[in-house]
Design a protein around this ligand. Structure first.
Ligand code: FAD
Ligand code: PHB
Length: 389
């Protein structure tokens, strides 16, 4: 059996696990990242696209923002469309902005930094088990290439996403979970086609929500609200673009470029919060701890903020022998998480078509959107939440 020792054992090489390892290394704290999938699989996943300014600042501090700042698209507003009406919400009055940069690219930048730091993740590990998380010396057991291994740690960071093992290691009597499952999903495509507009367009339509986003001036990322049991095989590229055009105001529909798609996937929508985020020497961060529906573009941003806070707390433990930040992690992160949950659930509820929605419910949605675009106070609250509190 192989035996290794580190200060922080990190489960998961998504954005949260990789960024945590990077922030710890810069402060002289050792870690080992264990990842179930292969490097190519992790680097191939297409997910988030909108990065808050506060997240950019953390990534800059982590030394991984150079390409993001060169290639990312800075946006100073978004469009909200309902039926034939389209309104721009401007961020500049509040000095707000977001950067459009794919999570795929950010993951590559983080992975490159781990390689350059001489500590790449350990890929393709199986059967990770957490042991003695409520004792001084917790352990991670796993197998790799058929060989059993044990990683002795001071702390364990559960950065293994919603379906990971770390949250499940917290005893049921301690862990509380709060969840809302939505009766629809998002069908997303990536295509080598110029975006419909230079800014993101969030659409509330009788036929359902749609989103026109992008990865660059020549690459579109678009989503349609879809049924949970949607079969991707039923969605030819032509059908996708036709449906998207049918949900856009006529003037914008004409701008849809029907290019072949490079990627197509369905994601269910969920709101979820686990608490506490700490049990003994285990700390949860990112999607392992919480899920937001993607409407508010908050998931990746929350994950990076979680690990920034956790890294600071771990560094204080080692460098200053202080544990107050570790003790405060769960409560203080949860407050920030619940605020992002509120915004994401609200934006989801006003933009999507719900089964059984009455004409009154639709009237309420349109009134919310009208209030949002016509009240300076409502716009300011939206900009504050969307661009990062
Ligand atoms: P993950 O990215 O899920 O990474 C967890 C890692 O742990 C994975 O690599 C997994 O393979 C690994 N793992 C799991 N189990 C184990 C195990 N047992 N052992 C070892 N490793 C394991 N967020 C935004 O901020 N802005 C957006 O615009 C946005 N858009 C989105 C659009 C879509 C369609 C989706 C689906 C999500 C979007 N998100 C967005 C959310 C964002 O992608 C996630 O919040 C983010 O990936 C969370 O990162 P993470 O590292 O915590 O988890
Ligand atoms: C994306 O570009 O993938 C994206 C943008 C905004 C969202 C969700 C996803 O709210």
């Amino acid at each position: 059996m192989g035996s290794l020792r580190t200060q922080v054992g990190i489960i998961g090489a998504g954005p949260s696990g990789l960024a945590l390892a990077q922030l710890l290394q810069l402060a002289g704290v050792d870690s080992v990242v264990l990842e179930r999938r292969s490097r190519d699989y992790v680097l191939g996943r297409v997910r988030a696209g909108v990065i808050e300014q506060g997240t950019v600042e953390i990534l800059r501090r982590a030394g991984v923002a150079r390409r993001l700042e060169r290639e990312g698209l800075i946006h100073h507003g978004v469009e909200i469309a309902a039926g034939e009406r389209c309104h721009r919400i401007d961020f500049t009055a509040q000095s707000g902005s977001v950067t459009v940069y794919g999570q795929t690219e950010l993951t590559k930048d983080l992975m490159d930094a781990r390689d350059a730091g001489g500590a790449p993740p350990v890929f393709e590990v199986d059967g990770v088990v957490l042991e003695d998380i409520d004792r001084e010396r917790p352990r991670l057991r796993y197998t790799r290439g058929g060989k059993a291994n044990v990683l002795e740690c001071d702390f364990i960071a559960g950065c293994d996403g919603f379906h990971g093992v770390s949250r499940k290691a917290i005893p049921a009597a301690v862990l509380k979970t709060h969840e809302r499952v939505y009766p629809f999903g998002w069908l997303g495509v990536l295509a080598e086609a110029p975006p419909v507009s230079s800014e993101l367009i969030y659409l509330s339509h009788e036929r359902g929500f749609a989103l026109c986003s992008m990865r660059s001036a020549t690459r579109s990322r678009c989503y349609l609200q879809c049924e949970l049991d949607t079969n991707i095989g039923d969605w030819s590229d032509e059908r996708f673009w036709d449906e998207l055009a049918s949900r856009l105001p006529a003037e914008l529909a004409g701008r849809v470029v029907r290019a072949p798609t490079i990627e197509k996937s369905v994601a269910p929508l969920r709101s979820f919060v686990a608490e506490p985020l700490r049990y003994g020497r285990l700390f949860l961060a990112g999607d392992a701890a919480h899920i937001v529906p993607p409407t508010g573009a908050k998931g990746l941003n929350l994950a990076i903020r979680d690990v920034d806070q956790l890294a600071a707390a771990l560094v204080a433990h080692y460098a200053e022998r202080r544990d107050d930040l570790l003790d405060a992690y769960s409560a203080s992160a949860l407050r920030r998480i619940w605020r992002a949950e509120r915004f994401s659930a609200w934006l989801t509820s006003v933009l999507h078509r719900y089964p059984g929605r009455t004409s009154f419910d639709r009237g309420m949605q349109l009134a919310e959107l009208d209030h949002l675009v016509s009240s300076a106070v409502a716009r300011a609250a939206f900009v504050e939440a969307y661009t990062g509190f």
